[in-house]
Design a protein around this ligand. Structure first.
Ligand SMILES: [Zn+2]
Ligand SMILES: [Zn+2]
Length: 167
């Protein structure tokens, strides 16, 4: 994920970067390659990089534990300012390049934005019914007869308690 910007003239350039998720350290939740469509706007004082990231995730459904594979996308923009005195910046996605630099590595940014693209809720489908906590059957695929029993189990102690107070 290295861009040797000294090879580019001032102006706008588009190019494609691709690297295996394994090389990026993302193999745990992703598979295949991370692809980045880059648009680089280079001028004498700065480089602005616009990136469209595509990754393929492999996760497990939070409810039914089924494997789920999804294509995730994310967009990010980074500004690189040419500066001879390198000061730290708190500004979001602004970085500095010294005159000795000749390349940008967006590896860490790709890593970060791939992680950010992961959904909070990981469901094989929005209405996933999950597994029966009693018999473990996948309720998306088949029904089970546990429901009545479970309702009974959950409320029985309460009912008994209530009975005690009423006496
Ligand atoms: Zn599910
Ligand atoms: Zn069941």
């Amino acid at each position: 994920m290295i861009i040797k910007y000294t090879n580019f003239s001032d102006g706008i350039h588009s190019f494609h970067l691709s690297e295996s998720v394994k090389n990026l350290g993302l193999e745990e939740l992703f598979f295949g390659n991370a692809d980045v469509e880059c648009k680089m706007d280079k001028s004498p004082h700065q480089i602005v990089l616009y990136c469209d990231l595509t990754v393929h995730s492999k996760m497990i459904c939070d409810r039914c534990a089924k494997d789920l594979e999804t294509k995730l996308t994310n967009h990010f923009q980074i500004s690189y300012l040419f500066s001879s005195d390198l000061h730290e910046t708190d500004e979001y996605n602004v970085k500095y390049l010294s005159p000795e630099d000749d390349k940008i590595n967006i590896r860490n940014d790709v890593y970060e934005y791939a992680e950010l693209a992961l959904p909070m809720k990981r469901l094989c489908r929005d209405d996933c019914k999950g597994l029966c906590p009693h018999c473990g059957k996948n309720l998306n695929e088949e029904k089970c007869n546990c429901k009545i029993e479970i309702t009974h189990d959950v409320w029985e102690p309460l009912k008994q308690l209530k009975g005690k107070f009423n006496n």
